[in-house]
Design a protein around this ligand. Structure first.
Ligand code: ZN
Length: 349
């Protein structure tokens, strides 16, 4: 028997209804929340409804049991049984032209996957639209925030590039430390009398014993990374954000979002979100970079690299230089690195 013909002849819901508007959905939800009684809402199909009748999910339904005088559960019109559910879904049956509140008993059935896909697509649309409507009006401010970071980022990028050009050898060795967790360790050769002690490591075929001396962690791994381009990164964020209606009034933003196809909307949503995430991470990355040049960090590196058993001799320091500069040096068994750094690297972020 075709499912549509199973709608009750005396059903209060006419079989020609369109998909309900947002307004009707809200009214039904309000009724259910207030009364706990979907059975008493004349807009809802009270069943029976064939178990294979296709439906779309409109909203989640949650019934407060204490609203029901009998403290029972609501009747599910789809499985046509009373005392059936408290948590269910408000659904639309396109073939019946009807809406109903059904329980999980039926909402989780064979139709569920299709219904969930429709529901999820609508949730995704709402999520993306709301995000874009909230976020696009803030882009002008985000770009201003980004411009404020630029002087620090430009100096950081310049210093990084000079360090890479003049100190590639040091960077390479220090990068190795970052890869191994950042701990500064020297394997000190113990003054052994030849007996095999319990501690230390016995190198094979010899009597050399060592013990690990720890100097703490090296900060600012980004200063010795393979690549660090904070200023170029910020500029590419500006370029990307400027392709959207920055500074447009609310009406123009609404029109812009409404005109996007669902594919375009997903792309714009993902891109703006990714760009703003990069922007959010920029200050902490700059802070990490400059933490390499902190006096305490360079002193730690020097203690480690000056140990008589250091595998890589290194000595490094930073001093004030004139009014607005600092002078960074790194020396070891290669050509020394000397970089004048503008104090603006340490501007507030
Ligand atoms: Zn049911």
């Amino acid at each position: 028997m075709p499912a549509a013909s199973r709608a009750m002849p005396d059903s209060p819901v006419a079989a020609t209804h369109e998909r309900p508007s947002w307004f009707v959905i809200e009214q039904v939800k309000t009724h259910i929340a207030a009364t706990g009684h979907p059975e008493s809402d004349s807009r809802l199909h009270q069943g029976p409804i064939a178990s294979d009748e296709p439906f779309e999910i409109l909203a989640m339904v949650s019934i407060a049991r204490d609203k029901r005088p009998e403290q029972d559960r609501a009747r599910c019109p789809m499985c046509d049984q009373g005392n059936k559910f408290l948590d269910g879904r408000l659904v639309y049956f396109p073939r019946l032209g009807a809406i109903a509140a059904i329980g999980h008993c039926c909402a989780d059935g064979a139709n569920r996957l299709v219904a969930d896909r429709v529901w999820e697509a609508k949730q995704k649309t709402a999520l993306e639209e709301n995000y874009l409507l909230d976020t696009i009006p803030t882009l002008a401010l985000q770009i201003a925030r980004l411009h404020a970071l630029l002087p620090v980022a430009e100096e950081a990028e310049r210093v990084f590039l000079q360090f890479r050009k003049d100190g590639a050898r040091y960077q390479r060795r220090l990068r190795h430390i970052v890869k191994n967790g950042g701990e500064l360790i020297v394997d000190e050769v113990m003054q052994s009398s030849g007996g095999a002690g319990p501690r230390g490591l016995r190198a094979s075929g010899s009597t050399i014993e060592t013990r690990a001396i720890r100097f703490g962690r090296m900060n600012g791994g980004l200063a010795v990374a393979n690549k660090f381009t904070p200023a170029s990164d910020l500029k590419s964020i500006v370029d990307a954000l400027k392709t959207y209606p920055v500074g447009a009034d609310d009406g123009a933003v609404i029109d812009y979002v409404a005109a996007l196809s669902s594919e375009a909307r997903a792309t714009v949503y993902a891109n703006i979100k990714a760009q703003l995430q990069k922007l959010d991470e920029a200050p902490s990355r700059l802070k990490e970079f400059r933490s390499f040049f902190e006096v305490s960090n360079l002193e730690r590196l020097t203690s480690w690299g000056s140990h008589r058993d250091a595998s890589f001799p290194i000595s490094t320091a930073i001093h004030n230089y004139g009014e607005a500069k600092r002078f960074f040096q790194m020396m070891g068994d290669g050509a020394p690195v000397r970089i004048l750094i503008s104090a603006k690297l340490w501007d507030a972020l």
